[in-house]
Design a binder for this molecule. Structure first.
Ligand SMILES: [Zn+2]
Ligand SMILES: [Zn+2]
Length: 342
């Protein structure tokens, strides 16, 4: 089945994704690849903590050969909180088990060396980037702290996701896909995002486990105010500022940082004078050294030009006709008509 045809783009495909959902529940899953099914069976019944520890490179004696090539993908996505409730951005941070395993013997303070093995991507969709949440869950995607933001078309985003989930074993084209562990915070929403972007279900047939920081927190005794810990409370637990949260690149990074602290609490027991906050501050700078070759670097959600971002937009712009008509005179100066969310 192909979803490249524009008429099928963004069309949900409920039944194959229901199959994927069953992976999250660690129940029956039917994947076409026998060896991938073996890896899935290996993770089935293991705790989320144990699965992530394996993904980080800790060995387990009875692991099937293919499991050693596992890739971990940490994801977060944001949607506009009002109609049209469209997907606006996602963070995708990823690492291979093999590369991470090389750093495991010397994780550094609070796992700094491990956090530096992760590739940090923040993707905003050109079509919808101007739909910024300001009401219930305000986030500012102009303030991404991890990696460098790229703006893409829906098709480029879909291609990027497809590629991210299809790493060839040992980087040899045609050698088959690496198994993928998907990690998120309230991860079900992120699985929905893949569906919404029209990513073909066959692309993610190699997802062998879906794990969640909320589940890890519960078993590791890290509690927030409610039943399911929020990402902000998780960061507070580790004395890390939840700086510019509710934007996808930052939330995915906080998910990774929090998950790492929880599942390696024994190994990372504080033996340093540097705080985790200092490690995170340095990680922000470090991650900006990587410039992914996807989409474009600039898109102004105020004037629509592609040579600067909104924070650098000071010129006069045509006032938004929709806002003027609605008597929102001040708002009318903040964007052109084409970029109105009204
Ligand atoms: Zn501008
Ligand atoms: Zn407007």
């Amino acid at each position: 089945m192909s979803s490249t045809n524009s008429s099928t783009f963004r069309t949900p495909s409920p039944s194959p994704y229901d199959e994927l959902d069953s992976v999250g529940n660690l129940s029956i899953a039917q994947a076409p690849e026998t060896s991938m099914e073996e890896v899935r069976g290996f993770f089935r019944g293991m705790s989320n903590t144990a699965i992530l520890r394996y993904g980080l490179g800790f060995d387990l004696p009875d692991a099937p050969a293919l499991a050693k090539d596992t890739v971990v993908i940490v994801m977060d996505c944001e949607k506009f909180e009002h109609e049209p409730r469209c997907l606006t951005e996602f963070g995708l941070h990823t690492f291979t088990r093999k590369e991470m395993a090389t750093a495991l013997s010397n994780p550094g303070p609070h796992g700094e060396n491990l956090l530096r093995q992760v590739w940090y991507y923040h993707i905003r969709l050109l079509e919808t980037a101007h739909y910024v949440n300001r009401t219930f869950c305000p986030g500012n995607p102009e303030k991404n702290h991890f990696g460098n933001t790229r703006f893409t078309t829906d098709q480029q985003a879909k291609d990027f996701l497809t590629e991210s989930f299809s790493w060839p074993i040992n980087n040899v084209p045609g050698a088959g896909k690496c198994p993928v562990i998907l990690l998120g915070h309230a991860v079900d929403n992120d699985v929905d995002m893949l569906r919404e972007l029209g990513v073909d279900p066959s692309v993610i047939s190699n997802v062998v486990a879906i794990i969640d920081t909320q589940k890890i927190a519960r078993t590791q005794g890290v509690h927030g105010r409610g039943d399911k810990i929020g990402l902000q409370a998780l960061m507070e637990h580790y004395d890390v500022d939840f700086r510019d949260g509710h934007t996808a690149g930052n939330d995915a990074a906080y998910t990774m940082i929090g998950a790492l602290q929880m599942v390696m609490k024994t190994e990372l027991r504080d033996n340093t004078t540097r705080s985790l906050q200092e490690i995170v501050n340095d990680l922000e700078v470090f991650s900006k050294g990587f410039h992914p070759d996807i989409g474009i670097a600039n898109h102004c959600t105020r004037c629509g030009r592609k040579d600067h971002n909104r924070t650098e937009c000071y010129g006069r712009i045509e006032r938004c006709k929709k806002c003027l008509k609605a008597n929102k005179t001040a708002a009318a100066y903040t964007h052109i008509t084409k970029l109105c969310t009204r």
